[in-house]
Design a protein around this ligand. Structure first.
Ligand code: SF4
Length: 369
């Protein structure tokens, strides 16, 4: 999706970073002294969400650069850490929670890589493992076409100080770049030191076509993943959201077949599974913006986190299938669930990481192999 309007915070000092973005976007920036001007521009559109995807605001992050993922006490959490580098997305998925999360939703790029790097330095100095991602409030690699920030983050993680606990085990932090794009060119030829995981969200071609506007096709995502594997990166894959529809099981089976035809399980750090869930307020947005979408209609119940989820026996049945499809290709690749409970874990993969922090530790362990 093309950026039509570019706003720049007038308080920013012109920097190499901001000039680089302006040059790449090729739109004359409008300088604003107050972010409300940007919000009004977006809110006055007939579809503010779409407008927010076409309007880029280059500004500073005035809040925390690094945050612990809030998770929820009701479902098992993976102890993720969020690196807050920007907001919103140029792609347009019907189920995207960000549509309902930001008021209004605006594409923001936070300049100031020095601030990000000094926050990371304080993380790297701790003798602890952190899994850190930029893909919670945005897609990690939409920015790769307009900024050298993703590539610089890869270099920063590669150069971190390592802590040895004994002869073979080390503590380190890992960067996860989550995407539905194929924007990987600047990741080539970086001495990444295996401290970055490039991760793709995968779905069936039917769901990509009907629900994930402007994203890369499944085959393009897998082709990009294969290139990253050839460049020595670790990879991860997220089947989230899994969407139920007639024939979905066989379609997901085909996706898993394509995944393992392209990628060696040895280079997959983890695969996560999560069925479609949504805040009730998202339903109206989907109905209005994606009138042909069928995803908000199904056998849903309200979960403990007040999100609508598929009825639990249906979730368990689909997860069991997905796990068995993956296990046909590899018996070791680490599979985990995003925001699921004890019963789901036990009935699908036979164990439950019950203790606080246990799932996070298991994920960390996969990185030490
Ligand atoms: S790619 Fe991710 S962040 Fe972008 S619209 Fe889709 S769900 Fe939202």
């Amino acid at each position: 999706m093309k950026i039509e309007t570019l706003f720049m915070d007038s308080h920013l000092k012109l920097s190499e970073e901001s000039c680089y973005i302006v040059d790449k976007i090729g739109v004359k920036p409008e300088y604003v002294t107050d972010s409300r001007i940007v919000y009004e521009h977006v809110n006055s559109a007939e579809d503010p969400i779409l407008k927010g995807k076409q309007t880029l605001y280059i500004t500073e992050n005035h809040g925390a650069v690094i945050k612990k993922c809030p998770g929820t006490s009701h479902y098992t959490c993976c102890d993720y850490t969020i690196l807050h580098t920007g907001t919103f997305c140029t792609m347009d998925c019907s189920y995207c929670i960000l549509q309902a999360y930001f008021h209004p939703p605006v594409l923001q790029y936070f300049v100031g890589q020095d601030k990000i790097f000094s926050a990371l330095d304080s993380i790297f100095e701790q003798n602890k493992m952190f899994r850190i991602g930029t893909g919670e409030f945005t897609d990690s690699l939409i920015w790769e076409k307009m900024s050298n920030q993703p590539a610089n983050l890869v270099k920063k993680f590669a150069q971190q100080k390592m802590f040895k606990q004994n002869k073979s085990i080390q503590n380190f932090s890992i960067l996860e770049l989550k995407t539905k794009t194929v924007n990987i060119d600047s990741l080539k030829d970086i001495d990444h030191n295996r401290k970055t995981i490039v991760a793709w969200s995968l779905n069936t071609p039917a769901i990509i076509k009907s629900e994930e506007r402007n994203t890369a096709s499944l085959s393009a995502r897998l082709k990009a993943a294969k290139k990253c594997e050839q460049w020595g990166y670790r990879l991860a894959f997220h089947f989230d959201p899994l969407v139920m529809y007639d024939g979905c099981e066989s379609d997901y089976k085909d996706v898993i077949k394509s995944l393992f035809e392209n990628i060696s399980p040895d280079n997959i750090a983890w695969i996560s599974l999560g069925t479609f869930r949504f805040m009730p307020s998202l339903k109206q947005i989907i109905e209005k913006r994606f009138p042909n979408s069928k995803i908000p209609y199904g056998e849903f119940i309200t979960g403990l986190d007040n999100k609508m989820r598929y009825f639990k026996p249906l979730r368990i049945a689909l997860y069991q299938k997905l796990v068995s499809f993956i296990r046909e290709y590899d018996s070791n690749v680490f599979i985990y669930f995003c925001m699921e409970d004890k019963e789901v874990w036990e009935k699908t993969i036979g164990y439950f990481p019950a203790m606080e922090g246990e799932l996070g530790k298991m994920l960390d362990q996969t990185l030490l192999k």
